[in-house]
Write a protein that binds this ligand. Structure first.
Ligand SMILES: [Zn+2]
Length: 191
């Protein structure tokens, strides 16, 4: 209930933040008390403040607001009404250098929107198959209406590469870059 009321206040912009208090002629400093870089607004508090960015990174969502082009809280919240959940998985046969990947997209009620699997005729590692899982997933996401996604998979190393591109191993750089470019089209994608 507390969270609900907080969200309601955010949507109506009545959280007692410095920007709002200042507009009501209260004797406060408009800037964010945590970083001092920008006025303390709802969007700053939730997405742009360096402290918010750190919290998001440490949370289960682990996303970077600045990379996902999150503009406004209202926009994100409206999109969350129809979040699409995407599950990816893959298999790799090391001896044959072959594998396969599968993607399932579900709506917020759990109904399957799309299911897709493709064989991988050649891959040099399980990690490459995992990176291809994500590429297939974001390609499928383009075909779905909606712009907020929760992408789930157990490929932790690939997820880390997507979050911090500098951690990317050289032979996967092309695939990871493709995924990141495709991800920019969505307003929010949580891993
Ligand atoms: Zn701040």
């Amino acid at each position: 209930m507390k969270v609900r009321s907080f969200i309601w206040k955010c949507l109506h912009n009545i959280v007692p933040l410095n920007v709002n208090l200042f507009q009501r002629k209260m004797p406060v400093y408009r800037m964010c008390p945590k970083c001092g870089n920008e006025p303390e607004s709802v969007d700053h508090m939730l997405f742009h403040c360096e402290q918010a960015v750190r919290v998001w990174l440490l949370s289960a969502f682990r996303f970077r607001p600045e990379e996902m082009q999150i503009a406004r809280f209202e926009e994100v919240w409206n999109n969350l009404g129809h979040v699409i959940k995407v599950n990816v998985d893959g298999a790799f046969d090391k001896a044959k250098g072959r594998g396969g990947v599968g993607v399932v997209l579900r709506d917020d009620k759990g109904e399957v929107l799309q299911m897709y699997s493709i064989p991988i005729h050649w891959a040099h590692s399980a990690e490459m198959v995992e990176a291809l899982e994500f590429k297939l997933a974001v390609e499928e996401m383009q075909r779905c209406e909606g712009s907020a996604f929760v992408l789930e998979g157990d490929a932790q190393r690939v997820i880390r590469m997507l979050q911090q591109k500098n951690q990317c191993s050289a032979n996967l750089e092309v695939i990871i870059s493709d995924v990141l470019v495709l991800l920019r089209r969505f307003s929010a994608c949580f891993f």
